[in-house]
Structure formats: C-alpha cells, structure tokens
Ligand binder design. Structure first.
Ligand code: ADP
Length: 759
C-alpha cells in the first residue's frame, strides 16, 4: 500500500467516517490494462458493528481477496474496517454491488477464529459483528509495525579516522542508537556522524517497534515433581501428545502443585510444533504478575500478556504476533480467548470455578464454557485447574466427559488447616462489633508466635448502609435501587454497582439535621478499625480493590506480606485468589453467611468455594494453619461441609438438588432482561415480549418480574428466566423469540445464556 493509501486507511480507521469517494474504487488502478479482462468476486464482509450478517461487495478477482483478510468498505457514506467472511469467485452479479475500498495488509483472521465467531454468535444470540470486534482488538496491528532508525557500524574503516570519528565508531559498536543519541554519546557534532554514514562506515537500520517475542526455552526443565504430581503430569502430557479435543479437570487442594503440573503440559504442547500456541487464562489481572514470574522461571521468557489494562502499543504487538503464530505462550484474562490464534494447542483455565470468567456486560459470556467450545472446534486440549471446581465441571468429570486428574495432598510437608465454625449466636461479638472473642484470640496467638493472620470480609468500604438517625433517610444511589456504601478513607459514599460517588454530606439531605448519619453493617475498613483497637501495635493493612487498584499495588502488598512486613491483613475476595503467604497461619472469616443472602442458584457453591479458598490460605508451608468461620447458620450443609472440609459430600448434596430441580448442568438456563427509561415502558415492553414467546416442549418461561435490582442508572429492569431440559436448543428459542418482537427504540433487551447473576 502506498503512503497516501495508508494514510487514508488510517484516517478511516480512526474516524470510520470518511466520505466514500464517487465511482468504482479498487485498490488497483482503474486504468490498469489487465482490469479490462478481470472477473469480479462477490466478497462478504463482517463489520465490527451490531449488524445481523455480513454485507456483500464487489472486488476484482486479481486482488486475490481471501476469507479472513481485513478490508475497508463503504457502509452508506462511511468507510468501515471489516473482515472478509466469504468470497465467491467470478460472480458477475457482483457488478451491481459497491466496491471494496482497500485491502489492509494485516495477518488474516484464521478460519478457526471465523468458525468460532459464527458459533459463539449463534450460541450467545448476539450479532456476529459484536464478536468479531472482540477478535480484532487492535486495528493498528493491521498495518506493518512502525519503525525507528538506528546506526550500526559496517566494519569499513573511514578514509580519514579523526579522534571524533573514532569515538563515534566506538560508541556505535557498544549499542545501536539513533544519530542524535550517537553524537551525544560521542560528544561530537551531528556532522561527524553524518560523515561516517556518507562514507559507508555507519549504516542506517530500520528497527521494528514491535519485534517478535523471544521464544520459550523448551530445553529447560521444571521442579522435581513428587510421585503424585508426576503421575498427574504424565496423564495430562499424554493427552497433549495424543492431540485432538480433550478436557482434563486438574483437581487438587490449594498448594498441591497444580501450577507445576500444568506447566509440564504447557511445555509439552509448545513442543508439538514450532508455531504451537498455549493460552493460560487467569481470573484476575492482578494475579498475572505472580504467574508471569513462574512462567519466566520455567521457560526463560516472560509470556505475552493480554488483558484490558495493557497499553495500546503492547496490545498492537501482541495481537500481530499472536495472529501470525509467533507469540507462543499467552497469559491473559477472559478476553484473550477471542484472539485469532494461528495454531492453539492447549488452553489452561486456572481457578476455573472463579466467577470472573463470566463477563456480565456487553457480550455476556462464560469464558470457561466458551473455551471448551473453542477447543472442540479447533481440536485442542483444555486443562481446568481448581481446588474447588465448579459443579458443572465436576459433573462432566464424573460422567467421564472430562478426564479427572487428582492431586490429593499438599506439596511437601504442608497440611490442610484445621477449620472450625464459630456460632455467632453462642459466641457473639461485643455490641456494635463484628469479631467474636474467638477470632480475636486466634489472631493474638498468631501474633505471639510471630506469624500472620488474615481476616476475610467480602465487602469493600466501611459500611454498606448510611442512615439518618433523625429521620431514617437512607442514602441511595441516584436513579439506581442500591444503597451507597460509606468509604471512610476517601470520605465518600460510593455505589458499588454504578461507580457513582459523592462526598459524605455534613447534614441529612432529607431533614437537614447536621451530623445525623450512622453507619450500619461492616465492610473491610470497619473491620480494620476494630482489629486496630485490639492490636494497636500490629502492622495492619487492607487488601481490596480500593487499596490495590492496579497490578503494581497488588505486587507491592503481596511482597510486603511475603516479607513479613504485615502482621494482620484484612481482605475482600481478592485475597482468596492464588496468593501464597508462607507465614500466614490464622484465617478468620468474619461473615460466611454474606454470600448465602439473596440466594441464587450457585449461592451455596460459591460460598463453599470462596470460604474454603480463603481458609486454604492458612498454613501453606511448614506451619500448621487454623481457620475460624463466623456464621449464624452453623447447621447449613455448606457450613458443615466447610467445617468437615468435606467437599465431596457437599457437592454430592448440591448435585442431587440440582438434578431433582432440572437445574444446570442437568438443565439449561437463560435470562432475558428488558430495560426501559420509565416504569410504564418497561412493563409494556416486557408484557409484549411475554405474549410473543414461542411455546417449546421441555422449556419453561418465568416472568416478566421486576429484577431484584429494579432500577440501574435510571433504567427500569424486568427479567425473564428460562429453564429448559438439556436437549432443548435454548439459543434457537431465544433467536426465534427475539425475531418476533418489535419494541420501542428506547427499550433494551439483554440476553444472558447460562446466567450466573440473577440480579
Ligand atoms: P496450586 O497451583 O495447586 O495452588 P502450586 O503449584 O502453586 O499449587 O504449588 C504450591 C507451592 O508449592 C508453590 O510455591 C510451588 O512452587 C511449590 N511446589 C509445588 N510442587 C513443587 C515441587 N515438586 N517441588 C518444589 N516446589 C513445589
């Protein structure tokens, strides 16, 4: 592409709004003699827009357009970038179509990615354009990487070797830098440097800003594995070598060495072919950093990182290298699943039960489930690793659909902690406090032994409710049915749902009484206040997304915890994930009942997973750990199972219940959320939708009902819930339903296949 064409294309990409010039526009010249004899192709282009299907264009056959290529084509008066979805060669009917404007040079989207987009669009009942947008995540990567110029010595001796010239050549031999930097380092004028270029002693080199990544070193070996780990590693490695679609659940308590085992499978997969790729998904961006270190130690190189927070330049480089098959080992968040891998052989999903694999906004999807589907389409292997697998995965393993690879014990001498329930009715905290004396004693004992403690409270901020003592007014988020959470450190009231925040008012906005607010209920900040009262000398910190808003802050806090610079940590669920603190021996769970409230399908399962993961933070090394769990419901099966650390009994009971009720994985669920800017419209729209629903055998439709979060950002929400027998094609039902209704343009309909949130 010449520079004018490139600039024009870049402008179009930036604005996606350039007017389409008149007349036929091929990227080849119109007056090209060959054009007279050229045939026309019909080219279907999928745009990253919510359109129902690809649009058709014409292009000269001589352009050689193939499916997967990136092009620019007009939609109305706009020029838009898209991906070629289909090409019909020599189709005279194409003559009446608009022409493709430009063919972009970026690496084409591989066939498997296109198949996956079509499949996922159908499954999730979304326009395919919404999915291709998740594939082509870096439009800049569609152009050759920008370059910069450096100077390198050629080895030629210049005719006149002055002192200044010698200095320049010496500096140039040390490092390749640009002319200005070279003259600065050699403390001479730019004319001297130019003279050396002119006489051929220095040569200009164009260096890519996005060089390929160094390849993983596959000659390295991992840690010496125990017999149990070795057996597990051999099993997964054998599956990798066998090739094809295969899913294995790697099931072992925290600290049993699941990561060490899957690193072996990663190595095995990378050895399969020179361009074989491996994707490792992690639940939290914050966790990526610790994982990166382990990958670097194992393979000698840092893996390619992919998540929403990586800078644009890194994104551009990663995207191009992944698509070209040169990036081999990728570690990322759920969105990395959609990247156009050229030759993906293995997907590892660490902490596969984690709720962050479900994307709840925009395109709603469960990355774990989609990864299995992607692997099936692309014939690759999946390893799902967890100490507390999701019930869906466990059932698949029990039914033999997934291999069940178990790591029974903790690695080395580390034992599981002792877990005890604290019945809050029998051992209540003091009035207005949240920690029972047993928890305080547990932390005091650890402190005396020089060991660390963790208090787990899964709520950010100071207090979840702010109430006026004088008139009873509760501070609510504007246009949203949600209370404002007090954050004492920032002095603000925050809506955890919409992100709205305001300074805490000095007087009640209802009755104007000054200083009348009282804080109801605890958050981490309030627990910290209480812990400080008990242990004024201790080094105490909070670990929540407020105190550690980015990877650096997490790394810093984790390092201080590992170095024993913190005695007592108070954390939200962010602490439950993957961290390994050798000197942490006491865990106090402040409110184990929290996750059970508002009860959705997975409330018990999620509580079990989170609380046992948190308890599992205690005593991961030589020292024995202890966990105390505060609850008002010690007789609930989930609490009994936690105390007995009897995961299998808990899941057996849960599985029996789900099977009896025909709930996932024994049945399918989907949710439809209708929202409108006012209540009347929401009611009317959802009523119309309800009337238009097709009747399908084996499928129950419940609703419409006001959503538990009935108003968010001024949008009034109504929900439908669909339950279907396993054989029913729920996606087809939803698509048929959606095609029957025509709603007011202000109404939004969101489809959530396999919902995890019922709010
Ligand atoms: P999991 O992923 O199951 O939580 P990890 O793989 O993180 O477990 O292992 C827990 C800790 O034990 C890590 O620090 C890890 O390096 C260490 N570890 C596990 N297996 C071995 C081994 N075979 N040799 C040495 N250290 C090991």
């Amino acid at each position: 592409m010449n520079s004018t064409a490139r600039r024009r294309a870049m402008d179009a990409l930036k604005r996606q709004r350039a007017p389409a010039p008149a007349g036929p526009l091929f990227a080849v010249e119109e007056d090209d003699a060959e054009f007279e004899h050229d045939t026309l192709d019909k080219v279907s282009v999928l745009f990253p827009l919510p359109l129902p299907e690809p649009f058709d264009y014409r292009a000269a056959t001589s352009l050689g357009i193939e499916p997967g290529m990136h092009v620019i084509a007009p939609i109305g008066s706009r020029l838009v970038r898209g991906v070629v979805w289909d090409v019909q060669r020599n189709n005279p009917a194409a003559a009446n179509l608009k022409a493709i404007e430009e063919v972009l040079p970026g690496p084409p989207v591989p066939e498997i990615s296109r198949i996956f987009v079509d499949w996922a669009a159908k499954y999730l009942v979304r326009p395919p354009g919404d999915l291709i947008r998740m594939v082509v995540r870096s439009p800049e990567a569609l152009f050759p990487p920008p370059t910069y110029t450096v100077l390198a010595p050629t080895g030629e001796t210049p005719p006149k070797l002055t002192e200044a010239r010698t200095r320049v050549l010496e500096e140039a031999a040390k490092e390749q830098v640009n002319a200005a930097e070279l003259s600065r380092r050699a403390e001479t004028s730019s004319a001297v440097v130019k003279g050396l270029v002119d006489c051929g002693a220095l040569v200009k080199l164009e260096i890519s800003e996005d060089p390929p990544y160094p390849a993983p070193d596959l000659s390295r070996t991992g840690k010496d594995l125990s017999d149990i780990q070795l057996a597990a590693a051999e099993e997964v490695c054998a599956s990798v070598r066998a090739g094809g679609f295969h899913v294995a659940l790697l099931d072992g308590v925290t600290g049993s060495g699941k990561t060490e085992v899957y690193l072996e499978a990663v190595a095995e997969a990378l050895k399969l072919e020179p361009d074989a790729q491996v994707l490792v998904l992690l639940p939290e961006i914050a966790l990526t950093q610790a994982a990166m270190g382990r990958f670097k130690a194992r393979f000698g190189v840092t893996p390619v990182e992919w998540h929403s927070a990586i800078p644009q330049k890194a994104r551009r480089r990663a995207w191009r290298e992944i698509t070209a098959g040169r990036a081999r080992l990728i570690v990322g968040a759920r969105s990395a699943l959609f990247l156009p891998y050229k030759n993906l052989k293995l997907i590892v999903i660490d902490e596969e039960h984690d709720s962050s694999y479900k994307q709840e906004e925009g395109v709603i999807y469960q990355a774990r489930d989609l990864a299995v589907a992607r692997a099936k389409l692309g014939e690759c292997m999946v390893i799902l690793a967890s100490a507390t697998p999701s019930l869906e995965t466990l059932v698949n393993a029990q039914l033999g659909r997934y291999a069940h690879v178990k790591l029974a014990a903790r690695h080395g001498v580390a034992e599981l902690p002792d877990v005890e329930l604290v019945d809050l009715k029998e051992a209540p905290p003091e009035k207005g406090k949240w920690l029972s004396p047993k928890l305080v004693r547990g932390a005091a004992e650890a402190l005396l032994r020089g060991e660390q403690s963790l208090f787990y409270m899964n709520r950010r901020g100071y207090a979840p409710l702010t109430l006026c003592r004088a008139c009873g007014h509760r501070m609510k988020s504007p246009e949203t049915e949600s209370w404002l959470v007090e954050h004492k450190y920032s002095g603000r009231l925050v809506c955890h749902l919409t992100g709205f925040s305001m300074p805490k008012p000095k007087a009640c906005p209802e009755c104007l009484t000054p200083d009348s607010f009282t804080s109801i209920g605890p958050g981490v900040e309030r627990i910290e206040e209480e812990v400080r009262e008990h242990f004024p000398e201790a080094r105490i910190e909070i670990f929540s997304s407020d105190t550690t808003p980015n990877g650096d802050a997490v790394r810093d806090l984790v390092a201080r915890m590992e170095n024993n610079e913190i005695d007592i940590l108070i954390g939200t669920q962010i602490v439950a994930k993957g961290h390994n603190f050798p000197n942490l021996t006491f865990v106090g769970v402040v409110d184990a009942d929290l996750g059970l409230k508002g009860g959705d399908l997975r409330a018990g399962e999620r509580t079990f997973q989170l609380v046992s993961q948190v308890a599992g933070r205690a005593g991961r090394h030589e020292k024995k750990g202890r966990a105390l769990i505060q609850t008002y419901a010690p007789h609930e099966p989930v609490m009994q199972a936690l105390a007995a650390q009897d995961r299998d009994a808990f899941f057996a009971a849960e599985i029996a219940e789900r099977e009896a009720a025909g709930m996932p994985p024994y049945g399918r669920l989907a949710a439809v959320i209708v929202s409108a800017p006012n209540e009347q419209l929401a009611n009317e729209a959802s009523k119309t939708m309800g009337e238009k629903a097709p009747i399908v055998e084996g499928l129950d439709l419940w609703g419409p009902a006001p959503a538990p979060l009935s108003v968010i950002r001024g949008m009034h929400r109504r929900r439908f819930l669909i339950r279907a027998n396993r054989g029913v094609d729920v996606s087809a039902f939803l698509a048929a339903w959606a095609s029957r209704v025509k709603l007011h343009s202000a109404v939004r309909v969101q489809i959530d296949v396999d919902p995890y949130s019922f709010l």
